[in-house]
Ligand binder design. Structure first.
Ligand code: ADP
Ligand code: ZN
Length: 710
């Protein structure tokens, strides 16, 4: 630890990042105090770093137990590319390879050793561990995907149970358990099974602010909708989940025929082929995977930009985990559920195949929660997070219901027609039948039942079937009508239904929006140049990755490339300030990237003021929450200079919150003055404002306005 002035400095040195993500620092501090740890962090929170950084700072070897060979290999590749001493031992190595790795461990070159759980009980490995313990020391055991230790979790691994013995053998060595999912029960099980001693407990919020959640209603042209969606995201990595192997094959085929590069992935493909498809996806050779839920666990691709569910997932936790594979790098990503109420029937069919009554009941309940999510008009995040026992107040600005709420319409009369039809059919039929009666269908069954003689027969011809369905679903969703949960889904009236029929209650339902939020977000893209450069940098990244036999995201993350594209560094100093650039990375890849940026800039008129190194340092301190005075002090510069920097940064479009610098009322007044006087000098503006505000404040507000009008 002593070689770094702060944990942040160590972070920048080893990983190139400027700031910790929420929750990371606390875990790292506990690890450095050699405490046992249980950390619950959602996918994308950055849990690997929470054990990697302490491993690099502590003396001795850290042993990481991880259930998936592919994951291990990925993490080790990424670390090695960053010049960090990490390796793995597993059954894929030959004797010589294993020997040379073991040697590097005793040389102290390796700080992190990844192993599969079954390895721990191999006798040779036991000796090796003891040797390490006695010679260089054991810094800690890390148990990744720790929920595998519990029978109550969804991925129970019997081998994990043996970890208890290791714990007994090395009681002084701290143990750090990490998982992305854990109910209360699994949590306790992890503590018991791993014999964690007074563990330091960490639970990061399951909110993933960079993910945009939306539900798109799937009509009869669902494939065309999907195709448009995918075309709009051409070149971006994405996953489309389907419920069956057959659908996966058909959809992948159809997309290919329409010129979209996509590959299928499911458990029915031969092992070799499946691995090959996965590899092509990770290496950015093919951006799109069409897959069953067999795909995902163990896919360490941080730059997945969208996850589509083309069929209804069976429960909300699944949906959260699967959609959560998007945007692990913290960059914006889309999670889109294509939903049609017709999917409910299919889901129920599978539930009915279950034999155990208890299982069935639970499955129906879970399905209902999923339906509530899909049909609800509240904030999608609020619904998801409440599932994890987390309160979220809504208004997230990152879901379709918050961004673009569905308009409400008064459908009281229609609801009365609908419910009275249910009553007249004696509460014995499902939704499709009721709608047929309302629409005046001549189906045999209706004629046989003499329901064409009912007063409600044909009174709903003025609305489409879909509109009636939307009403019916909404009545159920709002609890204004009931549906039997025996697989037949018979509609039943309740007290509230009767209030509607007696004209004592009004019914408002959300109607379809005209445009999806995704479409609105997709427009208004004025950073076209940065987009083009970003695309070029991605191509360069792909070439370098192929030449080095690693996955592109290991060269630089999307987040890092994005910063390069907006900031356009010209010198090594500027380049090294980009988040994700370590000196090891600079040495390896700095030159080609600088050259590409330079070439791009030469062909492009600079769209905004160049931000230089000293301004970027100010920006970093600003991002850490320091005030102008504090930054000035720390940098030994005047406040005026710092404000000058901030103005340039603002004008060049960096994320500077003007409210932190100038009071909103002052902003309004200054804006007013600028609007009245037009392009005049700062002193004229100041005079006009009767010297009420400083030059700095005026300069900052003006910078913001220039940026907005650019
Ligand atoms: P998890 O295992 O929690 O899903 P990872 O450990 O794989 O997440 O991290 C997800 C991504 O976030 C990785 O690409 C990682 O490099 C990146 N990351 C982690 N911590 C930070 C940080 N402090 N700043 C920027 N990026 C980070
Ligand atoms: Zn929301």
């Amino acid at each position: 630890m002593s070689q770094f002035p702060s944990l942040e400095a160590a972070l920048k040195h080893f990983f190139g990042y400027d700031n910790f993500r929420h929750g990371q620092k606390n875990v790292i501090e506990a690890a450095l105090q050699n405490r046992d740890i249980l950390a619950l962090m959602p996918t994308g929170a950055g849990k690997s770093l929470c054990f990697q950084l302490p491993a690099l700072l502590k003396p001795g070897l850290t042993v990481v137990i991880s259930p998936l060979i592919a994951l291990m290999q990925d993490q080790v590749d990424a670390l090695t590319d960053n010049g960090i001493g990490a390796t793995f031992l597993n059954s894929t190595l030959n004797l010589d390879q294993a020997r040379s790795r073991i040697q590097s461990i005793f040389n102290g070159k390796i700080k992190l050793l990844y192993i599969a759980p079954e390895r721990l009980f191999n006798e040779g490995f036991q000796h090796f561990l003891l040797d390490v313990y006695q010679s260089i020391g054991l810094a800690g055991f890390v148990v990744d995907e720790a929920h595998c230790v519990s029978e109550w979790g969804h991925d129970f691994r019997p081998e994990y149970r043996q970890l208890t013995h290791i714990r007994r053998r090395y009681p002084q060595t701290p143990c750090h358990a990490f998982t992305a999912t854990a109910t209360q029960r699994v949590r306790q099980d992890i503590i018991d099974q791993l014999a964690l001693q007074n563990p330091s407990f960490h639970c990061t919020s399951f909110n993933r602010p960079n993910l945009y959640y939306e539900v798109v209603s799937k009509g009869s042209k669902s494939y065309t909708q999907l195709l448009t969606y995918v075309r709009k995201r051409r070149g971006q990595a994405g996953i489309i989940y389907c419920s069956s192997r057959k659908k996966v094959d058909e959809l992948a085929d159809r997309l290919q025929q329409d010129g979209i590069k996509a590959l299928p992935y499911h458990a029915g493909l031969a092992d070799g082929l499946r691995a090959d498809h996965q590899e092509q996806f990770i290496r950015d050779d093919v951006p799109l995977m069409v897959a069953t839920i067999a795909f995902g666990m163990g896919i360490n691709k941080p730059d997945v930009r969208f996850v589509v569910h083309y069929d209804l997932p069976t429960n909300l936790e699944r949906y959260y985990q699967e959609s959560g594979r998007a945007g692990r790098d913290g960059e914006p990503a889309h999670c889109t559920l294509f939903y049609s109420a017709g999917d409910i029937k299919k889901a129920e069919y599978f539930i009915e195949l279950k034999e155990d009554e208890q299982d069935k009941r639970i499955a129906y309940q879970q399905l209902q929660k999923m339906i509530d999510y899909a049909e609800g008009s509240e904030c999608r995040r609020t619904i998801q997070l409440s599932y994890f026992g987390e309160q979220f107040l809504g208004n997230c600005a990152g879901c379709d219901n918050c961004q673009n709420p569905r308009p409400l319409e008064d459908w009281t009369i229609e609801a009365q027609k609908f419910l009275s039809c249910v009553a007249r059919c004696r509460e014995r039929y499902g939704m499709a039948y009721i709608i047929d009666v309302l629409k005046g269908s001549k189906r045999d069954k209706i004629l046989q039942n003499k329901h064409h003689e009912l007063s409600t027969y044909g009174i709903g011809r003025d609305r489409t079937k879909d509109e009636w369905k939307n009403l019916g679903r909404s009545l159920l969703h709002q609890g204004l009508m009931l549906e039997s949960s025996d697989g037949y889904r018979i509609l039943k009236l309740n007290d509230l239904s009767w209030e509607i029929l007696k004209k004592q209650r009004q019914v408002n339902i959300p109607i379809e929006r005209r445009q999806t939020a995704a479409e609105i977000l997709g427009m208004g893209d004025n950073h076209l140049d940065a987009e083009i450069l970003f695309g070029e940098l991605r191509q360069l990244r792909k070439q370098l990755a192929d030449a080095n036999w690693i996955a592109p995201y290991m060269v630089f993350s999307d987040a890092t490339l994005r910063q390069m594209a907006t900031r356009r560094p010209r010198t090594q100093a500027d380049f090294s300030l980009i988040s994700g650039v370590t000196s090891a990375k600079y040495q390896r890849y700095g030159e080609p990237f600088l050259a590409a940026i330079q070439e791009f800039c030469a062909t492009q008129a600079p769209p905004k003021p160049q931000v230089n190194g000293t301004q970027l340092i100010t920006f970093q301190l600003y991002q850490q929450g320091l005030s102008v005075i504090e930054i000035a002090k720390q940098r030994n510069l005047t406040a005026g200079t710092i404000n000058e920097h901030l103005a340039t940064l603002l004008q060049s479009g960096e994320a500077i919150d003007l409210d932190r610098l100038v009071k909103p009322e002052a902003q309004a007044e200054i804006e007013q003055a600028i609007a009245t006087l037009g392009p005049v000098s700062l002193s004229q503006l100041r005079e006009h404002l009767q010297e009420k505000y400083s030059y700095d404040a005026i300069k900052l507000v003006r910078a913001k306005l220039i940026q907005q009008s650019a």
